[in-house]
Design a binder for this molecule. Sequence first.
Ligand SMILES: C[S@@+](CC[C@H](N)C(=O)[O-])C[C@H]1O[C@@H](n2cnc3c(N)ncnc32)[C@H](O)[C@@H]1O
Length: 223
Amino acid sequence: MADKSYTDQKNQEFFDNWATKYDGFKISPWFQYTQKLAIEQFTLGATSRVLDIGCGTGFAVTYLASVLGVEKACGIDISDKMVAKAQEKVLGEIKQKVEFRQAAADCIPYPSGSFGHVLCTNSFHHYPHPIEALQEMRRVLTPGGELVIFENAPDLSLYTWAWDRLLRIIEKGHVRYYTSHALGKLFKQAGFENPQLRVLRNEFMKYGKLFASIQVWYARKES
Ligand SMILES: C[S@@+](CC[C@H](N)C(=O)[O-])C[C@H]1O[C@@H](n2cnc3c(N)ncnc32)[C@H](O)[C@@H]1O
């Protein structure tokens, strides 16, 4: 098994370097599209409290607070530079609704039952201890609370499978992509009884991204 502090440290270094460039990437619109696609799976209202794990520069958090008008939107990220960038972008009256903290997905700095909704997009494949991370996401959910995870799906294309194998070698903070079957199994191991695979498809030429194999999972904390 990957050493936790080593992988987390490598992720922090890697994403600290990305923090100032992330919003300007050519595929930045694609990241925003994937976050909106994941958020669409939730049932949200004016009293909703949402936590985004691996929030990056905070697009989903500010979108939830400003456009969707939730009561509270929080984000955690292993990279303090990503967190600083996210914080810097929060302007005006949403300031009271929004909070960012530097933390790892497997050690979430909030009490149990704090959020009705937990989001995790484009980040889960970096986690050295995925079951602990899912257990932590479950812990901070209220009973009946919703979790949505967006990830790549290497079972859908040889391209995504090969890209995952390459990233495991060249990108130190990359742990692995999960097949939809493997990810579904992890949800169950972490205590989510009926996880639903809501999206599983290949996408071409969308929002600056040439090709992607994607999976979106939805799960509730039932007991
Ligand atoms: C590709 S970015 C995704 C950002 C955003 N969620 C999105 O969809 O655009 C991955 C993020 O996961 C964060 N990350 C990596 N490992 C993490 C961990 N163990 N705990 C929390 N965040 C982590 C990185 O710092 C980075 O900001």
